[in-house]
Design a protein around this ligand. Structure first.
Ligand code: PLP
Length: 224
């Protein structure tokens, strides 16, 4: 199957209002252009150093999403153009994004990454840390960031029940936050969960944004 066909198949699975982020890491711009020419505009990369040259050489109406761990010293490179940072996993990072946004007078949209997997190695905040950032630390003063929702990655396992359980827990937390009295720059608009192997489960469990790479572009040469 071609990139354009894969892309159409996955789009066909999407409930209305859900977004597909095409994850292009390790793939060259020629391949990405196939999805672009099929009409796609939302692309995700997990590394700043890979996103920058692609952003530079691809059409300017693309919305770039950063989905991987972001180091504070790299924020300034993407601040001028990034559409959404999915992977905010510390208050320190959020403060740096706010600082860089203020410098260029651009409000930057973010998701808070919540740790839902069993593996200890995955990045992300606990529910308590999310609540502390939103409630206790006066996020409202950081007016150059806008929190648009949450992101999570399930455990890398063949156990579908386990994956479903983790997505369901994140959706429940998302809904709990929706009911809270949130600061003005915090909205629960999007829940980013689901990748090539588990996006169907994620959609059933209420994802609004899936991040799909290999199911569109084929296997990567090297892994994350
Ligand atoms: C690579 C990656 C994806 C997409 O992975 P696939 O399994 O290729 O769909 C999604 N989210 C993050 C954070 C990633 O790093």
């Amino acid at each position: 199957m071609s990139v354009a066909e894969n892309f159409r198949t996955i789009k066909g699975d999407l409930p209305s209002g859900c977004k597909l982020i095409a994850v292009t890491k390790t793939h060259p711009v020629e391949v990405i252009l196939e999805a672009y020419n099929a009409g796609h505009r939302l692309f995700g990369e997990n590394k700043v150093q890979e996103m920058l040259p692609k952003h530079g050489s691809m059409p300017k109406d693309i919305e770039w999403h950063l989905i991987g761990h972001l180091q504070t010293n790299k924020v300034r490179y993407i601040a001028p153009f990034i559409s959404l940072i999915h992977s905010v996993d510390s208050y320190r990072l959020l403060q740096e994004i706010n600082k860089q946004g203020e410098k260029i007078k651009r409000q930057i949209s973010c998701l808070l990454q919540v740790h839902i997997a069993e593996e200890e190695s995955k990045f992300g905040l606990s529910e308590e840390e999310v609540l502390a950032i939103i409630a206790e630390r006066g996020i409202e003063g950081s007016s150059w960031v806008r929190i648009e929702g949450l992101m999570g990655m399930a455990t890398l396992t063949a156990d579908k029940d386990q994956i479903r359980k983790e997505f369901r827990k994140l959706r429940a937390f998302f809904e709990k936050l929706t009911l809270m009295n949130l600061p003005s720059n915090v909205k629960m608009n999007d829940l980013s969960m689901g990748m090539s192997d588990d996006y169907r489960i994620a959609l059933e469990e209420g994802s609004t944004m899936i991040r799909v790479g290999s199911a569109i572009f084929g296997q990567r040469q090297y892994n994350r």
